[in-house]
Design a protein around this ligand. Sequence first.
Ligand code: MTE
Length: 322
Amino acid sequence: MKFETPRILPSDITSRDLFLDRRRVLRYAAAGAAFGALGAGVSGRALAATIAAPGAKLAYTPNAALSIKDPPNSYEDITTYNNFYEFGTDKSDPAVQARDFKPLPWKVTVDGEAEVKGSFDFEDILRPLSLEERIYRLRCVEAWSMVIPWTGFPLAELIKRFKPTSKAKYVEFTTLMSPRQMPGQRSPVLRWPYVEGLRMDEAMHPLTFIAVGVYGQMLPNQNGAPLRLVVPWKYGFKSIKSIVRIRFTELQPKNSWQVAAPSEYGFFANVNPSVDHPRWSQATERRIGGSLLAKRAATLPFNGYAEQVASLYKGMDLRRNF
Ligand code: MTE
């Protein structure tokens, strides 16, 4: 969409600052109107009306067609064995260190190559959407996996509302930067804030999901409240948590793990049993929650979604584009 030029004459205003400020307000108001006008799902609207601390119950529809049949991990496994380096590097750290994190109120800034840009409240993001539940396996690069019942919505539904331009080839996501609330950001473990990215066709794929809950409840802080990405055919590090910025770009974004260790982590990060991590094998995986002595399962190409997504990478050398 095209924004209407605000009808403000320079003579209406007293200062340049005020002028710029009013223009900004009008632009955001126009973006907000366009953004809110599409669709009207019940669950998103109901949730938006009562918005809702971590743990609050969500209304959603199970999406059996896009769910795997494996039994999900327990709520306890899912919320106490986490990777969220902003809250510490041990798996048990985030559940403890994220306890006082305040995920609401929350704003997401949208910028870059899109017609609708601005700063949007979490409530406004959810209002027109219907929530669904999808059971996906999260396969970590550390060669373990978990099965998680996520509640959320397809990323494509959100992206369409921002109307990316023809120059938008990639989407970049950024996590909140707040060393006061996120003690891990006080150490240079990674270059903060955490950044991830997807190619536009990956982002628009029907499997790509924004989660706002697990087990039908608002996301616990340690799982990326209030909203995080879930890309089921990629290693878990692509599934960035607590997103505050979505930027449409022409050039491939630099994701945090690739910046930190380019020989170990690439941009694509598709689950691939035949490309090992330089320091360990990716051929098998261990399901969290089972016995340590249990037999490891063979890792599936694209985490079991080859049929749906392999065509996105046709002609690409997946050993080089790891
Ligand atoms: N997002 C941010 N901002 N910071 C992180 O450290 N870790 C990633 C991903 N998203 C991470 C992140 C990794 S390595 C994994 S495996 C998943 O989150 C883990 O998600 P979970 O803790 O909800 O299972």
